[in-house]
Ligand binder design. Structure first.
Ligand code: FRU
Length: 909
């Protein structure tokens, strides 16, 4: 729109310009005058200027150059005029020969040339104007004949020999007297058109030569010079001059005063020359030779002529006064015209702005409407998503409830077990006490041990179903695991014999580990009873215990039906009962055993693997760390990884996303880490404050946090994160044992993106993470702090990236301070200004100031996405006091202006 407006304004002004310049044909006329020393030439120049003024148009401009009687200067003058771009040249050549070349060249360039009074030696001129000098000379000759009465001696005083009037006047004069043999020109002297020269020449001549009757001077001033010399020597010859200039102290007056006998009008014709020039420039028809009339002025008409001259002089003075007034009026008129033009321009501009405003308003309304529609769609989508989220929460609740019910059922069953066992145990004890048959005693002892064990198991399972596993506090004791495992096997020996199972024990001796005995016992019990349970009669069980580096490996392998490959991935899932575990064998499993095993092993910092080939074998391997160490959260938080051995770090680099887990309970923390560490880089913190620090330093892709924690709880951390535009885009999953609707609502209110209660479903947690990460990745390229730092860091070196990170951190800490400069930054970074410049240039490839600007703009981009602030507010908050400048810089960095950028994000969302 802005573009169109500019075009319209441009067209308007161009057309205005055209109006003022209705006819673009403005012309410059250059006049090269051979001299301006005498009145005749001065009169000619005045006439020219007057004519220009009287033309009452600004179209013609006259430049006159005075050659001062110097041929070379006149050549230079003409070249200068031509170079300045004149449209027409008027020239009165000092002498014909020397000036011909430059006039020819001018003419050849297509510039019209008018020769005035004097001419050149070629035809390369457009027009000539002046009297016909031959005719003038001839008229003077005829007058001489008349004065001499056809007999007498003549002295000729010539004009400048090389000038055409001198040549032509001489030959015209001779032509007139040639028929009178008794008339002779006895001497021809050179006066060069100048009175002084004439006085000098005639003075010398008249001193010696007095026998002559008439002096013919080629102009009046030389004639007057001759008169002065003749007077000096007391002689009174007839004197004839040429020019007849009707000014005081010029030819006509000389006649009146009796100094000379006659003169011939040689019109200056300045006005006529200009008229001719205008005709040529206006491309009107014109004559090539424009001869001005001559008349004789002698005693008979001198007075009348002089009077006329005076009148003309008066008239001209009046004309000049009027002309001056006219010029003044013209300039007033021009001012008024300009004012009028400006006013009308303004009116048109106002109209244009009005039209434009109208257009913008219509457009704005349309955009508002579109935005409104989009907003409706977004609201609808939001409602749908909210509904889906609510549904999900409801479903989760239902799942939880179902699970609860199932567990309740199991609890009831185990209560029944306990009751039955409580009933069985006393009579068995009594029987043992009252009979002394050794074989019976032994058998009774096995029954009693089995009953006790069942009782213990029932209690443990009750614990388990009460979801207390996460709260189980492990008690570590250093034991000889080899012995402990053997003892555990012993418990099952009877059963093994009964089933005729071949037992192979591969137990490495004297392996000591820190462990919770009850955990290991439960795991062993589960795995051994399964192995026996799923072995065929006469099958084989291999039990190994191996010391491997920092871990011990317990492997229990049984031959038998094995587990189908489709069931293998679910074997450790609670309440999952594999088909084969049921089919072919009596359904003895609850579906809890293996899940319990896995969770216990994980709780113990280990892991459990399964391998099986259907109809061949099933093999379970438990890997437990030998030494129990309390996790050092501080260190792990700093290294940014969790329990990852150096060789695993290679894999880490392939993992795209980093998850921060915040929990004060080391066991739960460990459990979550174990669940996610294969898919994600994991960093940890053990309270909200440390978590916040991790978020600011490492900008994770997702945060999983507990709610109830010391120092800073999860809710507070969540509020702090969501209120910081730098990190507010990072999704947060609140994970807590508190399962009340209130907490749910509160969690979502503080901006948590998901809320999962403990004990959580592993798959649900993973799925929630995946969904949130997919959503988050869409914005990562723009807002990821790490990405941002990487963008600015051309080197991969950690210290360089840290340096850049630190710079950005300080810039952001002072972002609203528009007076925060590179000097302040260098002070904070504790480096000199020049080394800061050098370092930033090397790492980021940018000048420090540009780097600072880019960082601020990135901050602004986040605000555009994460806040409802206006563009001006964001500019101000990002350290730009000038919104226009901010928008300009923003467009350069992000390819679109802030509003468009924000709309794009909203649309993408
Ligand atoms: C003036 C003048 C006139 C003469 C003319 C000839 O400079 O000398 O007196 O008629 O030039 O070109």
């Amino acid at each position: 729109m802005k573009k169109y407006f500019l075009i319209v304004v441009l067209i308007f002004f161009v057309s205005c310009n055209k109006q003022t310049d209705r006819n673009k044909d403005n012309f410059v006329i250059g006049f090269s005058q051979c001299t301006t020393d005498d009145d005749w030439r001065k009169t000619m120049n005045e006439e020219m200027f007057r004519e220009i003024r009287l033309s009452q148009t600004d179209r013609f401009k006259l430049i006159i150059k005075d050659a001062k009687g110097d041929n070379q200067k006149q050549i230079d003058d003409i070249e200068e005029l031509v170079n300045s771009g004149i449209d027409l040249l008027i020239v009165s050549p000092n002498e014909a020969d020397p000036l011909t070349k430059v006039v020819n060249e001018t003419f050849d360039k297509g510039i019209p040339v008018i020769t005035v009074d004097r001419n050149i030696n070629s035809n390369k001129f457009s027009a000539y104007i002046g009297a016909d000098n031959f005719v003038v000379g001839k008229e003077a000759g005829l007058f001489a004949v008349e004065l001499l009465n056809k007999k007498g001696k003549i002295i000729e005083i010539s004009g400048l020999k090389g000038s055409t009037p001198a040549m032509e006047r001489a030959s015209g004069f001779r032509d007139a007297i040639q028929n009178y043999p008794e008339i002779q020109i006895i001497k021809s002297i050179n006066g060069d058109w100048l009175m002084e020269n004439s006085i000098i020449s005639t003075d010398t001549l008249f001193n010696n030569l007095r026998d002559f009757d008439l002096v013919f001077a080629h102009n009046d001033v030389m004639a007057y010079g001759a008169y002065l010399s003749a007077k000096k020597y007391g002689i009174k010859p007839f004197i004839i001059g040429i020019d007849g200039l009707n000014n005081p102290n010029a030819g006509v007056q000389f006649v009146l005063d009796g100094y000379i006998n006659g003169t011939f009008l040689y019109p200056t014709g300045g006005d006529k020359a200009i008229q001719l020039a205008m005709a040529i420039l206006n491309k009107e028809p014109y004559e090539r030779y424009n001869y001005l009339n001559t008349i004789k002025i002698d005693k008979s008409n001198a007075r009348m002529t002089r009077l006329q001259g005076e009148q003309i002089g008066d008239q001209q003075s009046k004309i000049d006064v009027l002309d001056g007034q006219l010029s003044d009026m013209y300039s007033v008129l021009r001012t008024k015209n300009t004012f009028l033009l400006l006013t009308s321009s303004l009116v048109v501009l106002v109209l244009l702005i009005a039209v434009l405003t109208f257009y913008i308003m219509i457009n704005k309304n349309r955009i508002n409407k579109e935005l409104g529609n989009k907003h409706k769609i977004i609201s609808l989508q939001y409602n749908t998503i909210s509904k889906q989220r609510d549904d999900l929460i409801r479903m989760l609740k239902i799942t939880e409830e179902t699970k609860e019910k199932k567990l309740q059922l199991l609890t009831n069953i185990y209560h029944e077990f306990r009751n039955v066992l409580t009933i069985i145990k006393p009579p068995v004890k009594e029987l043992m006490d009252f009979q002394h048959n050794e074989i019976v005693s032994k058998k009774l002892s096995v029954v009693n041990k089995g009953a006790e064990r069942l009782l213990r198991l029932s209690e443990e399972i009750l614990n388990y179903t009460n979801n207390n596993i996460y709260n189980t506090v492990l008690t570590y004791t250093n034991i000889n695991l080899s012995k402990f495992v053997s003892n555990n096997i012993d418990v099952f020996k009877q059963k093994i014999i009964e089933k005729r199972i071949k037992l192979i024990q591969n137990i490495q001796e004297e392996i000591y580990i820190d462990c919770d005995v009850s955990v290991i016992e439960k795991v062993m019990y589960n795995l051994l009873s399964n192995a026996i349970k799923y072995s065929y009669e006469g099958g084989k069980i291999v039990i190994s215990l191996i010391d491997k580096d920092t871990n011990v490996l317990i492997t229990i392998k049984n031959s038998g039906k094995g587990i189908p490959s489709t069931d293998l991935p679910h074997i450790f899932t609670r309440l999952y009962q594999a088909k084969n575990l049921n089919s072919g064998l009596k359904n003895e499993g609850t579906g809890i055993g293996l899940a319990l095993c896995k969770e216990l092993v994980q709780l113990h910092g280990g892991r459990i693997n399964v391998d099986s080939v259907e109809n061949e074998f099933a093999e379970f391997t438990v890997i437990i760390p030998k030494n129990h160490q309390q996790l050092n959260f501080e260190d792990e938080a700093l290294t940014g990884s969790f329990g990852i051995s150096p060789d695993k770090e290679v894999n880490n680099s392939a993992k795209e996303n980093t998850i921060l887990v915040v929990d004060d309970n080391p066991d739960i923390l460990r459990l979550i880490v174990n669940i996610i560490k294969n898919e994600y880089n994991v960093i940890t913190a053990y309270n909200g404050e440390k978590g916040l620090e991790q978020v600011l330093n490492n900008s994770p892709d997702i945060i999983i946090s507990d709610i109830l924690m010391p120092i800073m709880d999860g809710m507070t951390m969540c509020i702090k994160i969501k209120n910081n535009p730098l990190i507010s885009h990072i999704p947060i999953i609140l994970l807590t044992a508190v399962d009340s609707t209130d907490s749910n609502v509160k969690g979502l209110e503080v901006g948590a993106d998901a809320y999962i209660t403990k004990p959580f479903n592993e798959e649900l947690l993973k799925m929630t993470i995946r969904n949130l990460i997919a959503k988050r990745n869409r914005y990562k390229d723009i807002f990821g702090f790490t990405k941002f730092v990487e963008n600015f860091s051309r080197t991969k070196a950690k210290e360089d990236q840290d340096f850049i990170k630190k710079c950005i951190k300080y810039i952001y800490e002072n972002i609203e301070d528009e007076h925060f400069t590179i000097d302040h930054l260098s002070e904070l970074m504790n480096v000199s200004r020049s080394s800061l410049y050098k370092k930033i240039k090397r790492i980021a490839g940018l000048r420090a100031v540009d780097f600072m600007k880019a960082a601020k703009l990135n901050y602004a981009a986040r605000l555009l996405f994460n806040s409802n602030l206006t563009v001006s507010e964001i500019a101000w908050k990002s350290g730009f006091s000038d919104t226009k400048y901010f928008s300009k810089c923003f467009s350069i960095q992000f390819g679109s202006n802030p509003s468009v950028f924000r709309n794009k994000l909203i649309n993408q969302n």
